[in-house]
Design a protein around this ligand. Sequence first.
Ligand code: IMO
Ligand code: MG
Length: 428
Amino acid sequence: MSALVIVGTQWGDEGKGKITNFYASRANMVVRFQGGANAGHTVSVAGKKLVFHLLPSGVSVPNVQCIIGPGVVLDPLALVEEIGYVRSNGIDVGDNLLIDVGAHLVMPYHKAVEAAEEQARGGDAIGTTHRGIGPTYVDRCSREGLTCGDLASFDRFEEKLSGIVSRKNDILTKLYGAEPVDLDEITEQMRAVAKVLVPHLSDTPGLIRSAITSGDNVLFEGAQGALLDIGFGTYPFVTSSNTTAAGVSPGTGVPPTWIGEVIGVAKAYATRVGAGPFPTEAEAEPAALICERGAEFGATTGRPRRCGWLDIVALRYSLALSGIQRLIITKLDVLDSLPRIPVCVGYTLDGTSIDTFPRDVDTLRRIQPVYEELPGWETDTSGARTSAELPEKALAYLKRIEELSGASVAVVSVGADSDAIVEFERLL
Ligand code: IMO
Ligand code: MG
C-alpha cells in the first residue's frame, strides 16, 4: 500500500506543485484534499511554465488519475477556465480528471462577501487571495453550502441557489453597503459550467481507497503550508482549511491509519504572502535579492512575496504537526550568490530563550529570532543532478538543516525545470 502525502511546511509556495509533478510520473493517482484556487502551483511541462490552481499537479502526466477530493472548495468558473488553459497547452483533460460530488462550490457571492469582509477589516485585513475560500468553508460549516454534486440536478440547484442568494444579498447590501450579486447571471454561469463539469463528477473516496489497497501509488497533494493551517497556523492570518497531513482523511475519506509517509516541502529560505507575523523576514536588501532570484511573486495574485531566512523553530513545529521525517528542500539555487546565509535556530522572548513556536500571533510578533550564519557556497548549483555535483558548503548547509530539524533531507530542488532535482533518496 502506498499513500504518499506531500505538504508545505512554511507559509505556502514551497514548490509543492513542482515536487508533486515530479513524483506524478511514478504514481497512479494524484489527489487534492483541501484548499481551492487560492493555491498557485507552478509546474514546468516540456520546458513551459504552467500554473495550476485547482487541477492536481499530476494532470500533465499521461495515465495519472487526478482527483479533486471532497475537502476542496471548487470555484467552477475558475476550473472551467483552467481546463481551457491547460488544454490550450496540449494537456489532455478527460477521464483523467474526477471531481468529488461532495466538494463545495465557491460561488460569486463568496468572493463578494470576502471582498467586503477584507475591506471592513481595514488595517487588520488578512490579505487573502480573494478566491472566496474562507466564506465557502464558512457556508460548508453552517450548512448553507452548495456542492459539486448539486450541479447534476440543476432544477433543485436553482431552487437552493435562489434562497441562498437572497440571504447573501442581505448581508452584502445591509451589513456591508456593498453591491448585490445577480441571481440570473449566476444561474446562467452555473448552467454553463455544469455542462463541462458534471461529466467529471464522481463519488471518489471509494476509488481512492481501492487504489491504495490494490497497491497503486497514490499521492496526496497539499496546498498552502502548515503555518497557514486553520487550527495550528498563525491564526487569524491563516487560510480556512487543514493544511497539515491531518487534512487528508476528512478531505478524501481515506482512513488516517492508511496514510503512508508524509513528506514535507520547505524552501531553503522562507517567504510569506499576505499579512501576519513572519519572524525571520529579511531586511530590504537581501529580501529584494531573494525576491528577484527566486521570482517570488504570488502565482495566484501576482503580489510580491515577503522574503526571509529559514526558520528552524517554525520548521520543527510543522514537522511535528504532520509527522514528517523526510524533507524536500527547494530553491537551493536561489541562495547561490550569498557569501553568508543566516538560519534561525531559536527565538528569544523578553530576553529568555525559547525553542518552540508560539501559538498566538501577539507573542509571535514579540519574539526575536536568533541566527546562526552559515557560509554560502557562491557557486551555481542549478546544473547539479547528483550530490557529487553540489558544492561542499551547500551540502554542509543541508546537513545543518538536518541536524537542527531532526528530519533527513531526501531531495533538493535546484531550479524551476522539472529535472532540476537531486535525489539523495528515492521516495517513490
Ligand atoms: P500554495 O498552494 C501562499 C495565504 C494568503 C493569505 C492567507 C489567507 O500556492 O502554497 P485565503 O485566500 O486562503 O483565505 O488567504 O493565506 N495563502 C497562500 N500563501 N501560498 C498559497 O498557496 C496560499 N493560499 C493562501 O496570501 O495570507
Ligand atoms: Mg503557490
